[in-house]
Design a protein. Structure first.
Lengths: 361, 188
């Protein structure tokens, strides 16, 4: 028995539309222009959208279900539905992916792009999307450039990053051309750059991020030491929680924070802790050395010279970070964790130097 | 005015039975109110059942009607068809004093009445029943194509919308012209 949905009052219509999934609403929007307009009038959906490099569009509903608009070249498959692991998918014409992205954005009144990722795929399409989102100043939570992204496009692409409103994370997994240089004007909450020789000490000193990860860096002991001298001063780097640098220039020839690398805790009990950096994002550190800011803020530093030399630095947050008591026997491959209170371990460390085993002997 | 009594208890407050002195205070007799729809058929409903409707609950709070006053002053809902009001009253009686389970088997099933039922329930502010009704409406298009959705939800095409808009404008123009002519006639 049919029911005249568009004759419902808007608040009631909104109640019904909230119970429909993105595919049903997409089909409804295709019934007529009025039906399309009605979807937005029925109330805000609070959905987010993702765009992946191979033209895949994903709507993330607040119940964490994913609705995937999956492009295909096969006309016989257009608008065929499927589902896997609780997520639903629908095939869409590949050449319409960009139009579809903006159609969904406008039809559903979506205000937040959950993530934009370019791997390879159609870079022209990706650039089109990026430019329009920058013009609209649309919030983009996470922006990924994949490792297969061709370095020759980077020079033209990077300036767009400063025009976009990236709020949470910028993750560049790509390689950059030799002698590439770029200076960020603004930063999201977190940056992760897999090929970062161009991200020098001046950028690091001016970086207000919460999380900084620089791989293939060229930062040296002296430069990192300079950074920590700045960090130590009260009031500097108020956001910084985690810094990771891997650099071939980290060595054992000079000190970082008055310690010559490797910088690691050698005495027992070994310690390990986990730090929550947001959403499902945890990092684990072990055997780091405790350091302090001038205002008393605690942090942990670990510098490892094995393989690719790397440095990890975590500013301690007692409300989010957690120690795990670890009794590690170097001859035992299996790690056993005990429920000891860290405070006990810490006091052992500070008060019982005579208990430290001398591993060098 | 015809009258049916849909309440589950008698109209008058029950006579308090003689209770042993040690027992708790006697129960307050349940009060009843009367409602009618477009068909003027009066339904007797307990205050407990009417609590589901935020609108009616607001109307009867602190009213302090006696049985006679309630009977003499039924609440009129002229915008609700009698059979729809009957469905709503039945549902309220069945769910008196208890929350609706997630899979409620006592809910109205007449899909042909769903549109009117949704509007009535929305007007009477019966939140749980409204949620159920909206679910029913949404479920109608699960797995359907755009063409099927158009039929089920009676979505006019763009051409039909445009024609209707033109027609409405034409009618409005005629009405305005008629009003102007009438005003001119009055002036003469």
């Amino acid at each position: 028995m049919p029911i005249a949905l568009l004759k419902f009052p808007y608040d009631l219509l909104g109640e019904v539309l909230k119970l429909c999934d993105p595919f049903e609403l997409y089909f409804l929007s295709k019934c007529s222009k009025r039906a399309q307009k009605t979807i937005k009038l029925g109330g805000k959906m609070n959905w987010k959208i993702r765009y992946w490099g191979r033209e895949q569009i994903i709507i993330c509903r607040d119940d964490v279900k994913y609705y995937i608009f999956d492009p295909t070249d096969k006309p016989e498959d257009y608008f065929k539905m499927g589902s896997a692991k609780g997520d639903k998918s629908m095939k869409i014409p590949k050449e319409e992916a960009v139009d579809m992205f903006f159609y969904l954005l406008d039809t559903f009144g979506i205000c937040v792009v959950n993530s934009l990722e370019v791997q390879s795929g159609n870079l022209y399409n990706f650039l089109q999307i990026t430019k329009v989102l920058a013009e609209r100043n649309m919030e983009i939570e996470k922006f990924y450039i994949g490792e297969t992204f061709d370095p020759k496009y980077v020079i033209n692409f990077m300036p767009l990053i400063d025009q976009m409103n990236i709020t949470k994370e910028l993750h560049c997994r790509n390689s950059f051309p030799p002698n590439f240089d770029y200076q960020f004007d603004k930063y999201p909450n977190s940056i992760r750059i897999s090929d970062s020789p161009w991200f020098g000490i001046n950028q690091l000193l001016n970086c207000p991020c919460t999380r900084i990860e620089l791989s293939k860096s060229e930062l040296s002991n002296q430069e990192l030491n300079l950074f920590f001298q700045e960090w130590k001063k009260a009031g500097t780097f108020p956001n910084l929680r985690y810094l990771q640098v891997s650099s071939k220039n980290i060595d054992n020839q000079s000190a970082i924070w008055d310690m010559v690398p490797p910088i690691t805790r050698r005495e027992n009990p070994r310690i390990r802790f986990s730090a929550w950096l947001g959403e499902d994002d945890y990092i684990f550190m072990r055997d780091a050395v405790k350091v302090y800011k001038d205002d008393g803020t605690e942090a942990w530093l670990d510098v490892d010279l094995g393989g690719v030399p790397s440095l990890e630095f975590l500013v301690w947050d007692p409300e989010r970070d957690m120690f795990e008591g670890e009794d590690m026997d170097p001859s035992d491959d299996e790690e056993e964790f005990e429920d000891e209170e860290f405070e006990d371990e810490e006091s052992d460390e500070e008060e019982s130097d005579d208990e430290e085993p001398d591993e060098d002997n | 005015m015809s009258s049916t009594e849909q309440g589950t208890s008698s109209a008058a407050p029950a006579e308090p039975t003689t209770a042993p002195e040690s027992a708790a205070a006697p129960e307050v007799p349940e009060s009843f109110y009367y409602v009618h729809g477009k068909d003027k058929v009066v339904h007797k409903v307990s205050a407990g059942a009417l609590q589901h409707s935020a609108l009616i609950h607001g109307m009867i709070s602190n009213l302090g009607y006696t049985e006679e006053q309630a009977k003499a002053n039924p609440f009129p809902f002229e915008n609700i068809d009698g059979d729809i009001l009957q469905m709503v009253v039945d549902w309220c009686n069945q769910h008196k004093g208890k929350p609706t389970p997630p899979e409620d088997t006592n809910l109205p099933k007449q899909k042909e009445k769903l549109f009117d039922l949704v509007l009535a329930v929305n007007y009477l502010e019966i939140k749980e029943l409204l949620t159920y009704c909206c679910k029913q409406v949404a479920m109608m298009v699960k797995g359907k194509s755009p063409e099927e959705i158009r039929e089920i939800w009676m979505i006019p095409t763009d051409a039909e919308d445009e024609a209707a808009e033109k027609e409405a404008k034409k009618r409005a123009g005629k009405e305005a012209a008629g009003e102007t002519a009438a005003a001119a006639g009055d002036a003469k």
